[in-house]
Design a protein around this ligand. Structure first.
Ligand code: FES
Ligand code: FES
Length: 159
């Protein structure tokens, strides 16, 4: 079937079987491999994307269910010139990136949180990341990166 949806702000059409997940559609049919495949049962958050602005695990979403909807993957999160944005820069500067496997999902989860809560507490950040596992256990630095980004963005919006 043809699946029409908005991916990272661009309307696209892709021919794919009806019985695949959004994760497979992204990685195997659209070659967007930033979204990671790990548990495939909704337990690790490596495959996290935003669907209509809401954080979801793409391994649990049937590909045809995104028709007419908006999906944002890690490839859609960057500065205007395509470089790492402020949140991604903070992941780097806070030492939050170790093997890197969980990081696309963590960044997507961080952006989903900051889109609805511009000033989250550390507890709220931890709660927002509850579905994302980091096997390298860099949670403290990941929370630091999101907290710092929230503070920097609020400071900018006050100016
Ligand atoms: S691969 Fe989707 S939650 Fe683990
Ligand atoms: S940085 Fe390795 S799994 Fe998180």
């Amino acid at each position: 079937m043809v699946i029409n949806f908005v991916l990272n702000k661009e309307s696209i059409s892709v021919e794919a079987p009806t019985d695949i997940t959004l994760l497979t559609l992204l990685r195997d049919y659209l070659k967007l491999t930033g979204t990671k495949e790990a548990c495939e049962v909704g337990e690790c958050g490596a495959c996290a994307v935003m669907l209509d602005g809401k954080l979801v695990n793409s391994c649990l979403i049937a590909a045809p269910s995104v028709i007419g909807r908006e999906v944002t993957t890690i490839e859609g999160i960057h500065t205007q010139d395509g470089g790492p944005n402020d949140l991604q820069q903070n992941f780097i500067s806070k030492g939050a990136v170790q093997c890197g496997y969980c990081i696309p999902g963590m960044v997507v989860a961080g952006e989903a949180l900051l889109a609805k809560n511009i000033d989250p507490s550390r507890l709220e950040i931890r709660e927002a990341l509850a579905g994302n596992l980091c096997r390298c256990t860099g949670y403290m630095q990941i929370v630091d990166a999101i907290e710092t980004t929230a503070k920097e963005r609020s400071k900018k919006s006050e100016k």
